[in-house]
Design a protein around this ligand. Sequence first.
Ligand SMILES: [Zn+2]
Length: 572
Amino acid sequence: MSNGTHYEVLARKYRPQTFAELAGQEHVSRTLQNAIDSGRVAHAFLFTGARGVGKTSTARIMAKTLNCEKGVTHEPCNVCPQCIEITKGTSTDVFEIDGASNNGVDDVRDLRDNIKYLPSHSRYRIIIIDEVHMLSTNAFNALLKTLEEPPEHVKFIFATTEPHKLPVTILSRCQRFDFKRVTLPKIIGRLREIADKEAVVISDSALALVARKGDGSMRDSLTALDQVLAYCGNSVSDEDVGTLLGTVDRRLLAKLSAAVFSGDTQAVLEGIKQVDLVGYNMRQFGQELIEHFRNLLVIRSVKKPEEILDLAAAELDELRAQAGSMPPQDIQRRLTLLIKADSEMAYASFPRLIIEMALLKAALLAPVIPIQDLIDKIKLLEAGAVHTPVLPWETGRAPAAPAAPLSRHSEPTHSLPQHKSPSQTPAVVETVPVAAYPAGDGHSDWGRFVTFMNQKRPAIGSILEHGSPLKQEQGLIEIGFPSDSYYLTAAQDAEFISDVQSLAAEFSGVETTIRIRSIMSNAQGTPLSLAEKKKSDLEQRMEELKLEVENHPVIKEAQRVFGGRITDIHSC
Ligand SMILES: [Zn+2]
C-alpha cells in the first residue's frame, strides 16, 4: 500500500470526485444533476445527515461542477485548473468554512464583505459552511441578510449533522437534501474496490466486519480499514480484523444461536467462555447477540428481509440458513430474554453470569404451541373427530398398543333409535387398530364389528356402541348391556337380535349366534363399551389439553402477570 514515508488516509485518497463515485446518496446526486442540467440551481443548499456520509464531498463536487472550465455539466472534469484547485482546497473562489471554529458574527461579516466581489476567474463564489448549526445567533442573523438578497454570483452550501438546531429563517431559504446512512452492501462494495486498488488480500466477511464498524458512515468505515491495514499489512485475516476492531466473529454468534435453538447448554456455555477469553466486553457482546436474533426474527417474519435488514447478500443467505424454519414466536421469546439481560447488565458487576443465565434459559425454552392450534384441537375434540390413542378392549385400561394406523369413517348417524339418550355423543365411528385386539377371527375385533354395523344399519350400530363385548368366539358373540339401561331392552328385542345375527354372518362369513346379557353397570373387569371408551378417551384428552394449556408460555405469562389460575378451558 504505502510505498513512501507519507501515508494518505484512505478516506482522503478515495474521496469521491464525481457524483458517480458518491456511494449511497443516489437520490441527492440525481436531483442535483437534474437541477444543473435544467439550469435551475438554487442559491443555497442545506446538506443534512450523519457524519461521514458524503455531505462535504458532495459540496465539493457541486462546487467543481459549477465552476469547471469545461462548462456547467452534471459531472466535473476533474482535470481543469478550477477543478484541481477545488480538490486541493486552494481555489480563491471557493471558501470552505468550519462552522465550529468560525462561528462568530465577525467571521460572517468578513464573509459578507468577501462575497461582494465578483469571482476572480470562475463563474461563482461558493461558500461551503460545514457544521453550520454551530454558528452563533448573531452570525446567523448576519448570514440571513445575505441569504435574503444573494448576489447572482454567489452560491451557499451548508452542511450539518443537526438541522434541528438551525433557525427556521435559514432553513426556509435553503434547498434541503437529507443524506442517508450508507447501506452495508454499498460500503462493502466500495471497500472491495479500494482493497483491490490497494492490492490488499481480505475476505468478504472481514470487509463486512470493517464496514459494520463504520455504522453507515463511509468515512468511519474507511478509517477502520486504515486501522486494519496499518496492523496487518497487505494480507488481512478474519481473526485479525475481529481482534483489532473488537467485533465478535459472526461465526461465534451463529454458533451460539444454533446452540440455543438446539437446546445444547454445553455449547452455549463454551461459546460464552470463548467470547470472554478474547476479552470482549460482555454487554457489547449481548447487544450483538440481540442484533443477531433480531435479524433472524426479521428473516422469519417477512417475505423480503433484504428491504429491512442492512446486510450483505452473503450474510443474509447465511442467516436464512440459520433461521431455518424456526417459528418467529420462538425467536421472539429468546430475543426478549436477551433484551432483559441487557438492561440487567447495565447495573450488574457480573455481566458474564447474566448473559449465561439468559442464554441457558433461552436454550431450555419449550417450543411454542400457537394458542390457535390448541383452540383448533379443542374444537375438533368437541366435534368428536379427534383420534386419540385407542386402548385394548379386553383389558379395559391397559397401555395403548404400538402405533397402529387409524382410519376414520365419519358418518354421523342421524337415524338414531327413538330412545336414544340425549347425552349420547354423536356417533362418529372410529375403527380401532387391529393390533389392539388379540389375534383371531374377525369377531374378535369389536371396534371393527361395531363400525361395520354402523355403516350397514346405523340404528343397530348406535345401540351396540353401548354394549360391552363379553365374549367373541367363532360363531358366538356375547354382548352385555347395563341392567338399568334402555339399551338392554332395545337389544333384547328379537328382531334386533336376528338383524345383528345376519349382519354378523355377513361380517365374519360364518353363522353367528348373538347372545345379549344383562350386566351390572361399572362392574369391575367388564370390558368398556365403545361409548364408555370414547367418554374416557375424551376425558383423558381434555386432561392432556389442560396440561398443554397450563404449560403454554402465554398462559403462564398471563398467570404470572395477573396472578390467576385456570378454572376452565373453553373454545370459542
Ligand atoms: Zn473542470
